[in-house]
Design a protein around this ligand. Structure first.
Ligand SMILES: [Zn+2]
Ligand SMILES: [Zn+2]
Length: 284
């Protein structure tokens, strides 16, 4: 394996933002690309990142909130149109129903495209794996993958990928929880929800509706400080903050985390590539 990296495709949130696409990232290990979450704009962001969408045969969904799944229809059908013939999707309970709904919605469309001569493989035979609960996931990939239950309004899993000696963790959306500390133990890279970063949208408002929402968001997401504390407790090497509302104060966000965490802190940007150093080059 000559390359291990995470590409931040979308570092945004449910609030539409020109600078930040919907939540999604790709883990690249050698020539294997694994997509985690599939927010609005994921397929376009893949193209911009130079990763052919049809080369992605594995998608892990952290949860089924709209901001994380809006891009699925385009990823599924568009990637198939580009030549993908195999796809495995791992996600929480409800993933199959969501997938089937998309297939039913576009039944005539898919029938038209298969009538043109395109095989149905890659769209009609998608392997859906619904996770039973926390623990190891066997999905055919040659690496150890663990899922842990996060603290969020709907069933949400964080994922830990152990590739050779390297460990990469993606939290999905979560409030602080011991489960993310355990999942991130000794990780080389942790990509974590820091939705509660300082933003003018909520901080300089006297609008009671927005104030109420901000208060309630405290139960569902992490702040940069909380993300840093999780990373410090878990012994993480590199911390990537993501899932931002529009117009965050980037300097403040970075400082809030860096004050509490000695490792590298990255305030994620769309299309940013974050390399992971491979300690011993084991061929996978
Ligand atoms: Zn969510
Ligand atoms: Zn979200």
């Amino acid at each position: 394996m000559d390359k291990l990296q995470v590409t931040m495709l979308g570092t945004g949130s449910p609030r539409p933002d020109l600078e930040r696409s919907g939540p999604a990232q790709v883990l690249t290990a050698g020539d294997q690309h694994i997509l985690i979450d599939c927010g609005e704009g994921t397929t376009t962001q893949l193209l911009k990142a130079g990763i052919p969408p049809e080369k992605i045969n594995y998608l892990f969904m952290t949860h089924l909130h709209s901001d994380h799944i809006f891009g699925y229809g385009q990823f599924l059908l568009g990637g198939w149109g580009l030549g993908r013939r195999e796809l495995t999707v791992v996600g929480p309970k409800g993933m199959r129903q969501f997938h089937d709904t998309i297939i039913n919605l576009f039944e005539d469309d898919i029938a038209y495209r298969t009538s043109l001569g395109r095989p149905g493989n890659g769209v009609l035979d998608v392997n859906i794996i619904e996770i039973d609960g926390p623990g190891e996931i066997d999905c055919g990939l040659q690496m150890k993958i663990m899922a842990a239950k996060m603290v969020h309004n709907v069933l949400t899993y964080g994922y830990r990928f152990e590739i050779g000696e390297e460990i990469i963790v993606i939290s999905g959306d979560t409030a602080p929880t011991e489960a993310i500390v355990e999942l991130s133990k000794d990780a080389d890279l942790l990509v974590i929800d820091a939705c509660l970063a300082p933003t003018a949208v909520y901080h300089n408002t006297t609008n009671p509706e927005l104030q109420k929402i901000w208060e309630n968001l405290q139960k569902e997401h992490c702040s940069p400080e909380q993300a840093a504390e999780i990373a410090r407790e878990a012994g993480v090497k590199k911390l990537v903050l993501t899932h931002f509302l529009p117009d965050i104060n980037k300097e403040k966000t970075k400082k809030q985390a860096a004050d509490l965490f000695d490792g590298e802190v990255i305030v994620g940007e769309d299309l940013q590539v974050i390399p992971v150093t491979i300690k011993n080059n084991i061929l996978l």
